[in-house]
Each structure stands twice: as structure tokens, then as C-alpha cells.
Design a protein around this ligand. Structure first.
Ligand SMILES: C[S@@+](CC[C@H](N)C(=O)[O-])C[C@H]1O[C@@H](n2cnc3c(N)ncnc32)[C@H](O)[C@@H]1O
Length: 426
């Protein structure tokens, strides 16, 4: 089985920190798909699963709770000749045209004002409106899917501009942006600076699109991409016979904060909406003091023992905040696994997981996911470990106090609903 790691040479329009590689998805499809396959990724992120399925002519559905991941997954499907045309158009625009009054960006209560001073936020709104228009300029003759994909490419440009613009608020952890607390900390950028960030983002997109093939294969199948919560709504998506997916890891990556540039580019959420997303998204560091408590599991199970070890750990806040955090994460994961297993019929679920540590307590995500899948009546048909560095979110120079290595494995687990159909495993 191929490693899920993103190889440096694999050209993707959006280098998502948690994405897995196209070759990994291809490998799983080769081993487990049949002509009748309908594929699901309930944590679709930047959409590796749906993009590979589309190019192979396989029907797929990609769901993600984060609305900002939708245009990212669409962008992966954009035709490269159209993207290159869009890049050429954007690169040719003078700053005075980009910021002309005809592209007024409305919506004053979006999140931009929380990060940028009022002038910069206003300019970014104009740029956002301009980029939406720019995709439409090339829309003649395109069907709605093709337009959504091209708009996704314009969205990637804007997200890149915003990611760079937010650089002063980034620390060593690439998935975190700090919040300005005072007016003086708001980011300020003039139009010339924004224009040069735009040109850089366009050049980046152009470079990654040049090597991509122009023509679509005849069998190309647009995926169904949607916002959906894996903990409760998967039944609405119908039945599937294969899932290729990777849940949010238990490494305190706050996926809502990590995608702040994309949230700003989308402009849909205000502060209240953003906080709601932060509460709901799995793996979130936001926990409620009066949460529902730990999931109901036997104290002798792997998950039960892990939660007890965290609860009883001598470190500060282990019995309070950290217990709440891990209880919520695993409650969300078990609910999602219950949903996922109910929509896969006569097929397989391929899951990529990475284990992690809380101090010296190993969070054996691979073992815990296996335990949950077996409890749902599935069988483990293949398991393969690939070495990976421990997540940056937990990486702390003091890790040596607790363990000798900061390297762990990323595991590829394949489960079968009965009957088991093992084909050329390992
Ligand atoms: C590890 S990433 C998946 C990466 C993906 N395999 C790729 O190639 O980009 C996990 C994804 O799960 C999403 N997510 C978190 N909580 C969710 C939920 N309750 N329902 C659906 N998606 C969720 C996050 O927004 C994130 O995009």
C-alpha cells in the first residue's frame, strides 16, 4: 500500500497541511473499487479523494463541516487551461483597476475587521469582489460545475493573499493565527502591498497549473461536494461501497483557526458563526465547561484506559481541560464512525490516522479507531504503518521529558464490512 504522505513533487494547487497524496487514493481505488463503486470522504478537506475519483470516472461525495473547504476542493478540479487564462488576466491588471470603485465589497461585519485595520479590510473586500467577477469573466460557455471549479481557483488566489497578509500574526505553529487584541495589532497593508501579494499568489497558481493536463478524460465525473457534519448527517448522502478518508487528528490542530485565510476569503462567517464552527469542528481546542462528558465506553477498552490515564495524569489541567478536550474528541469520533459504518454496504473503509501523545500517554488513534470499527461489526483487513513526524501542534521542545522520540507513525487501516473481499493486500 502506498504511503499517504504528500510527496514534494506532487503538484497541488493548495498545499493543505493535512492532505493525503493522490497516489495513495489511486492505490486504494485500484485495490478496492469495483465498477459499481460509489466513494465517500466524510472529512474531505482539500479533496484528494474526490479529485482522484473524478479523474478516474468514479462517483464520489466529499463532505466537510467547514464551508471554506468547499471551494478548495472545487479548485482541485479546475481545468488547467482555464486556470492559466484566469492567471494571465489577473497578472495583467493594474492596481488602479483592481481597486476601482466598481468592485465595491460590501459586508462590514465579516471577520476581516478582526484582523485588519479598516482601510486594509475595505481594500480586501474590493479585491474579493474583483476576484469573484474575474472568474465570471471567463464563464461564457462553462457549465455550473466548471464555473464552480474556476471560482475555486480564484478563491485559492485570494486565500494565498490573505495567508501572506496575516504573516505578522503567525508564530512557529503554521496552523495558528493569533488574534489582534488592540487596534495597533491589526494588520495594515496598502494597495501596492496587496497588489504585489496578489501577483505572487497568481504566479504560484500558474506554476502549479502548468504541469497539469488540460483535457479531461471522457469518463470524468464531477463529485458531489457539500457541507455536512460527519457526526449526524451522513445518512442523507445515500449508500456507498468505499470510503477513503482521514479524520481530524487528535493533535490539537484547530481546523477552524488553521483555515482563517480561507474563512476571510469566503466572507460568509461573522464572529458568531466562526465561534460556532470552532465549537463544532472535530479536534477543536474550544471545549465547554458543561459538556456532555466522556463517551460511554468500557473502562477496560483501549479508549477507556486512555481516557483514564489522561484523567489521572499529574500534569496541570489533565483532569479538567484536557479530559474535556479528549472526551469531546472521542465522543465526536465515535459518533462519526457510527454514521460512517451505517452508510457503507458490502465494501471497505480506508482510514489514515496518526497517533500522538499527551505527555507520556500514547493516544493510539489507530488502535482506538480499530476498536470502534470492530464494535460496529467490521473486520480489519489490512493495516500498514508509515513513519511520520509527530504533529507540530503537540511538538514541544520538552517532549524529551516524557519520551525519547518525537517521531510517530501514520497508519493506513482498511476495514471490510462483511463479507471480506481481500484483494492483493500489502
Ligand atoms: C485530516 S483533514 C482531511 C484531509 C483530507 N484527507 C485532504 O486530503 O485534504 C480533516 C477534515 O475534517 C473536517 N472536519 C472536522 N470536523 C468535521 C465534522 N464534524 N464533519 C465533517 N468534517 C469535519 C475538517 O474541516 C478537515 O478538513
Amino acid at each position: 500500500m502506498q504511503s499517504p504522505k504528500l510527496p514534494a513533487k506532487e503538484e497541488v494547487k493548495y498545499k493543505y497541511y493535512a492532505g493525503f497524496s493522490n497516489t495513495f487514493v489511486q492505490d486504494v481505488l485500484e485495490r478496492f473499487s469495483t465498477s459499481a463503486t460509489r466513494v465517500l470522504d466524510p472529512w474531505n478537506g482539500s479533496g484528494a479523494t474526490t479529485s482522484v475519483c473524478a479523474h478516474l470516472g468514479i462517483q464520489s461525495v466529499g463532505a466537510d463541516i467547514n464551508p471554506a473547504m468547499l471551494p478548495v476542493a472545487w479548485a482541485r478540479l479546475a481545468r488547467s487551461d482555464l486556470v492559466l487564462k484566469l492567471c494571465k488576466h489577473l497578472a495583467a491588471q493594474r492596481s488602479s483597476h483592481l481597486f476601482s470603485a466598481s468592485h465595491l465589497g460590501a459586508q462590514e461585519n465579516d471577520l476581516l475587521s478582526s484582523f485588519f485595520d479598516s482601510k486594509s479590510a475595505a481594500n480586501l473586500r474590493i479585491l474579493r469582489a474583483y476576484l469573484i467577477d474575474a472568474a465570471n469573466v471567463h464563464a461564457a460557455g462553462l457549465d455550473s460545475n466548471e464555473l464552480a471549479a474556476l471560482s475555486g481557483a480564484a478563491f485559492i488566489v485570494l486565500s494565498e493573499v490573505l495567508r501572506e497578509a496575516l504573516r505578522p500574526l503567525r508564530g512557529t505553529n503554521p496552523s495558528w493565527f493569533s488574534r489582534p487584541r488592540h487596534k495597533e495589532q491589526l494588520v495594515q497593508l496598502d494597495r501596492a502591498e496587496l497588489h504585489s501579494l496578489l501577483l505572487r499568489a497568481v504566479a504560484g497558481l500558474e506554476a502549479s497549473s502548468k504541469s497539469a493536463p488540460n483535457a479531461r478524460p471522457d469518463h470524468f465525473q464531477w463529485p458531489d461536494l457539500r457541507v455536512c457534519d460527519s457526526r449526524q448527517n451522513l445518512a442523507n448522502l445515500g449508500k456507498f461501497n468505499l470510503a477513503i478518508t482521514s479524520p481530524p487528528y487528535c493533535t490539537r490542530i484547530d481546523y477552524a483557526v488553521a483555515t482563517i485565510p480561507e474563512q476571510l476569503a469566503l466572507g460568509e462567517l461573522d464572529e458568531i458563526g466562526f465561534l460556532a464552527l470552532r465549537r463544532e469542528i472535530m479536534g477543536s481546542v474550544v471545549t465547554e465547561k458543561h459538556s456532555s462528558g466522556p463517551p460511554e465506553v468500557s473502562p477496560t477498552s483501549l479508549l477507556g484506559r486512555t481516557l483514564t490515564a489522561i484523567q489521572n495524569h499529574p500534569t496541570k489541567a489533565a483532569g479538567t481541560y484536557y479530559s474535556r478536550y479528549f472526551s469531546k474528541y472521542f465522543d465526536d469520533l465515535l459518533r462519526s464512525i457510527s454514521q460512517l459504518t451505517s452508510v457503507i454496504e458490502n465494501g471497505h473503509i480506508a482510514v489514515v490516522v496518526q497517533s500522538s501523545y499527551f505527555k507520556d500517554v500514547k493516544i493510539d488513534l489507530s488502535g482506538i479507531v480499530t476498536e470502534a470499527m470492530l464494535a460496529k461489526g467490521l473486520t480489519l483487513s489490512s493495516s500498514r504503518a508509515h513513519f511520520a513526524k509527530s504533529s507540530i501542534a503537540w511538538s514541544n521542545p520538552k517532549f524529551k521529558l516524557y519520551r525519547s522520540s518525537n517521531v510517530d507513525t501514520e497508519d493506513v487501516l482498511v476495514f471490510a464490512t462483511s463479507p471480506i473481499t481481500q484483494r492483493g493486500l500489502q
